[in-house]
Design a protein around this ligand. Structure first.
Ligand code: PMV
Length: 312
């Protein structure tokens, strides 16, 4: 049976602003999704943990699965039914890119099952077809990060650029709030855009400037400056209305425990917070744990592990 992996992701700087054309920085993390695919005599079926859908269901997941398969059929000129199983070692709906990781893993495994070259562009398009069913008009940053282990510089509509990172970043990741729907948070920000266009544009441009500063800081390993960028980005996200008391609280706890900077990651409204740590995430993880906040450490920009996401 064909098998493939894909990464979850962290957005280091620039969520929401990326929807309006500003640059953002994201990176894949070791946790993600694994998919197994094989040809089937029956209708295509997808098992995701305990839930299962077939291609004729009307659920969102089934429609996303069909959209992904349709893109592959266009490339293969062959409508092969597939049986696909997916496991996930990331919580879904918390801004860590679970959905994109699932989509990329399925697309890679499906290509392998039907003996089609899993070219990056095809995987990207198939995974974005899946994402569009859930998120309407996603910027594409989640899928781009799910395909790259190194940090990337991402601008909507352009190919991502791998970012040089002088040394691996040590991050702590908290599941600080309940899951939240990305499309709901994107719509909330859209309302602000429609109501206050000039102020909104200024805020978005400030976030774009932070992405440029963070890129420079990453390249030179200026962690204090990168931490400042995290904190300033968090203030902008709060002003956009996508932070919550839980997320602010988790950021404060991380900073008090020595983090150089902290911010929500992903769409907000709940979900995950990331904290940049100097050399070890331990103190921040302990501080969160003592307040009952689930968390884990993540390294970004380390050398790719021998077990690449494409490996079977
Ligand atoms: O899928 P999430 O929750 O990580 O959010 C993706 C980032 C957004 O900028 C909020 C949306 C997008 O399409 O870029």
């Amino acid at each position: 049976m064909a098998s493939a992996r894909a990464f979850g992701k962290l957005i280091l700087i620039g969520e929401h602003a990326v929807v309006y054309g500003c640059p953002a920085i994201a990176a894949g993390i070791d946790k993600g999704a694994r998919a197994w695919a094989k040809r089937s005599e029956h209708i295509s079926r997808l098992s995701l943990g305990v839930s299962q859908v077939t291609a004729d269901d009307e659920s969102e997941t089934a429609r996303a699965f069909v959209a992904l398969l349709e893109r592959l059929y266009e490339a293969t000129h062959e409508r092969t039914a597939l049986e696909v199983d997916v496991t996930l070692d990331l919580p879904p709906g918390v801004g860590l890119g679970a959905s994109a990781a699932i989509a990329v893993a399925i697309a890679r495994a499906a290509c392998d099952a039907v003996r089609v070259q899993p070219e990056s562009q095809l995987i990207l398009e198939a995974a974005n077809a899946w994402e569009s069913v859930f998120h309407g008009n996603p910027s594409g940053i989640d899928v781009a990060a799910a395909m790259a282990q190194q940090p990337i510089w991402f601008v909507k509509g352009s190919a991502p650029t791998p970012l040089p990172c002088a040394a691996p970043l040590c991050l702590a990741v908290a599941l600080a709030g309940p899951p939240a729907a990305t499309h709901r948070m994107v719509s909330k920000v859209r309302e602000l855009h429609d109501q206050h266009p000039p102020e909104f544009r200024q805020a978005i441009d400030r976030i774009g400037d932070l992405a440029a500063r963070a890129r420079q800081a990453l390249a030179c390993s200026e962690l204090v400056e990168l931490g400042r960028c995290f904190n300033e980005n968090q203030r902008e996200l709060q002003a956009l209305g996508v932070s919550t008391p839980d997320l602010e609280g988790a950021c404060d706890v991380a900073r008090a425990a020595g983090a150089l900077g902290a911010k929500l990651t992903g769409a907000g409204g709940g979900g995950a917070v990331i904290a940049l740590c100097d050399s070890s995430a331990e103190r921040v993880l302990e501080a969160w744990s003592s307040r009952g906040i689930q968390a884990f450490a993540a390294q970004v920009g380390a050398n790719p592990s021998p077990q690449t996401p494409e490996a079977s």
